[in-house]
Design a protein around this ligand. Sequence first.
Ligand code: DC
Length: 231
Amino acid sequence: MESTDARTAPAVIVAIDGPSGTGKSSTSKAVAAQLGLSYLDTGAQYRAITWWMVNNGIDIADPSSIADAAGKPDIVSGTDPAAPAITVDGTDVAGPIRTQEVTSKVSAVSAVPEVRARITELQRSIASAAVQGIVVEGRDIGTTVLPDADLKIFLTASPEARAARRSGELKGADVAATREALIKRDTADSTRKTSPLAKAADAVEVDTSDLTLQQVIECVVTLVEEKRAAK
Ligand code: DC
């Protein structure tokens, strides 16, 4: 498909939210790469701050200890969709933030309001610096971080489809156990007090259960190009 020339197209801010296992990261990266936009994985930022808390002996069960430490780590996110990078105090943590330990603790850390305030500020400054525009993926991007985004997408999929995809990514992990862990994390992310996982009223919902990744990418690219054409 012929895309609008990224150098002449107006900058566009795209928010892609939804639970894990909906194809959010793969879709967001591919759409950004195809349209010449920057890309920000906000889940990686919450994972990075969680990784720092774990490595610095912060008691994850104590929200006030997490809140006191929230301003300490220096988190830097790359915005190239072809090579998403993330460092904490200069250390590359792209691998370590995907461990089971970080995954099991990230919901508790990301529910702390001081953590959200810190990370939200970072996200807004990265988005405002993206001159060609940016695809930002997460849970609260359309509702809280970038409520004025040009386009908001909310990806969903059945728990079965999400668990099957996640266990595939985790190279054959048990599907039933993955499904339970996903549901537990989604419930925590959706029911927390501060900016929970939620669909913005003006978001376009795309159910990816029966779609291939390529179909989802094409659908989102078309929606972005329509928005750009209307600007
Ligand atoms: O997308 P992910 O699975 O890497 O995200 C990890 C966690 O970070 C997720 O369980 C909830 C949290 N998160 C959040 O609270 N807000 C965001 N915008 C993105 C992620």
